[in-house]
Design a protein around this ligand. Structure first.
Ligand code: THU
Length: 134
């Protein structure tokens, strides 16, 4: 069983591979899919800034490419954040996590402790595809 501490550790590890020459802000993500498999991702920047990817999106897209459609937990670690308050997922990532039914989000800065949130706390009244599909 993958616990919260394991997932945060995997996210921190993934952040070491961050490609972030422009921001110098390394982010790692690790997610636990509903079937128990862990997928990781990191932020991948580009000289054409808008085509850069956040760590959470990299991890989610990797999992989806392997057939995952439901995700339990996502851990995000901002290795270069001075404070945990600067380590929270951006709005776009919250929406991406909502698409795949993420329940729990773990947030940490550097090597510090993590906080546990529900996605609905971070994205209240989130937009989902239910209306579009019905
Ligand atoms: N970043 C993420 O990877 N995830 C977030 O939720 C917020 C921001 C990345 C994008 C960019 O490479 C760097 O952090 C600075 O914005």
């Amino acid at each position: 069983m993958t616990g919260h501490e394991d997932l945060v550790r995997r996210a921190r590890q993934a952040g070491l591979n961050s490609y972030s020459p422009y921001s110098g802000f390394r982010v790692g993500a690790a997610l636990l899919a509903e079937d128990g498999t862990v997928y990781t991702g990191t932020n991948v920047e580009n000289a054409a800034y808008p085509v850069s990817n956040c760590a959470e999106v990299t991890a989610v897209n990797t999992a989806v490419a392997e057939g995952v459609r439901r995700i339990d937990t996502v851990a995000v670690v901002c290795l270069d954040a001075d404070s945990i308050d600067d380590a929270y997922p951006c709005g776009g990532c919250r929406q991406v996590m909502n698409e795949f039914a993420v329940q729990t989000v773990l947030v940490a800065a550097g090597g510090g402790p993590h906080r546990v949130h529900s996605l609905s706390e971070l994205l209240p009244h989130g937009f989902s595809g239910e209306t579009l599909l019905s």
